[in-house]
Structures are given as structure tokens and as C-alpha cells.
Design a protein around this ligand. Structure first.
Ligand SMILES: [Zn+2]
Length: 197
């Protein structure tokens, strides 16, 4: 009996440990979004400050540089791009998502508008929400699509390595004219294959 227990205990422990490991590495429920890893904060640079909060908007260094070049180019044509939100940690996204669930009534409904934690392009340091200096009322609102900044981005963002993540059309996630992602390097194109929402 003792001999049998000695053989069984390690086996049972092994199964329990394996289950624990699987639970930890299980991908999050993304409801039509995709799981993304958090960028290393040491690799982030500044894309500027959000005018409403003064908070620094952080992006992976090459994306931050590309944004600043794009912002300068837009300014020479009288268009003023405003960085609103860049890199976000999972914990921060969890708070946003919790509030969205309260507002929309279920996780599935909330995920049309806000990615669940672990599923936001913002975790990668490559996603950037943009506004128009002349229309602060349209920050992170659908009316951003009527601003000079949006029209300028549609024509020019690609030259700087940025593309719209959630265009109008096949939803969810819902159309987000303000949300752009950096695909100007091979890693970006690997993370975000063409047309991936
Ligand atoms: Zn966004």
C-alpha cells in the first residue's frame, strides 16, 4: 500500500502541476480581438503628451520616432495630430474593460468597443490613438473621421508606417477612426498581418 502511494503521489502531483501551468499560459478570451504580449517598458520612447491630461504617450522607440516625423509632416500642411494613448499595461486595460462591461452589460458587448486585457494592440507599444488639435470634442469619438487630421492620415499615414487597425466594415471590433498601428518594420508586419483586425 505504501509502495503504491509512493508511486501515485508524484503522478498526481505531476498532473496538478501540469494543470496549473496550462491555466497560467492559457490565452485570454479576446472576443474577436487577438492576444498580444506586453512590450518591454525599457524599449519605449515618447510620442509626446496628451493635451488633456499632460500624460506622456509611450510607444516602441521606432514607432515613436515615426509618429514624430509624421506629426511634423502633417504640421507643414496645417494639420495638427494629437497623440492620445499609446502603450498600455494589461492592468490598465483591465480597468477600461471592467468599466465597459458595466456600461454595455456583458463582456461580449463591451469587446465591440474595448479590447479585453491581454487582447489590446496597445500592449505591443505599436498602437496609437490620435486626435485633431482643432477638435478636442472628437478625441476617441466617431466624429474624428470628419476632421482634417483623419483625412490627412488616410492619405499619408502609410508613408510613415501606420495603418488603421479597425476600418469601417466587417465588425466587431467596431470602426475606430482614431486607432492606428505601426507596421513600418518586419516585426510589425508579422504581428499585424495585412487586413487583420
Ligand atoms: Zn486605441
Amino acid at each position: 500500500m505504501v509502495a503504491l502511494l509512493k508511486r501515485l503521489v508524484p503522478a498526481v502531483l505531476g498532473v496538478l502541476l501540469a494543470c496549473g501551468a496550462a491555466a497560467q499560459s492559457e490565452p485570454p478570451e479576446c472576443y474577436g480581438h487577438h492576444p498580444y504580449a506586453e512590450a518591454d517598458p525599457a524599449e519605449l520612447g515618447s510620442a509626446g503628451n496628451y493635451r488633456d491630461t499632460g500624460r506622456t504617450v509611450r510607444l516602441l522607440a521606432p514607432a515613436a520616432e515615426a509618429f514624430q516625423e509624421m506629426q511634423k509632416a502633417a504640421a507643414t500642411q496645417g494639420v495638427r495630430l494629437v497623440p492620445i494613448s499609446g502603450f498600455r499595461r494589461r492592468a490598465y486595460q483591465a480597468g477600461l474593460f471592467r468599466r465597459a462591461v458595466e456600461r454595455y452589460g456583458s463582456e461580449e458587448a463591451a469587446a465591440r468597443w474595448v479590447a479585453p486585457p491581454g487582447c489590446s494592440e496597445h500592449h505591443t507599444g505599436r498602437a496609437l490613438d490620435l486626435g485633431d488639435e482643432t477638435r478636442p470634442d472628437c478625441d476617441v469619438q466617431l466624429c474624428f473621421q470628419k476632421t482634417p487630421a483623419y483625412r490627412w492620415l488616410q492619405k499619408n499615414a502609410e508613408r510613415f508606417g501606420f495603418e488603421l487597425s479597425f476600418p469601417a466594415g466587417s465588425e466587431p471590433p467596431a470602426f475606430e477612426p482614431w486607432h492606428w498601428r505601426y507596421v513600418g518594420d518586419p516585426e510589425g508586419r508579422r504581428l499585424f498581418p495585412r487586413g487583420r483586425r
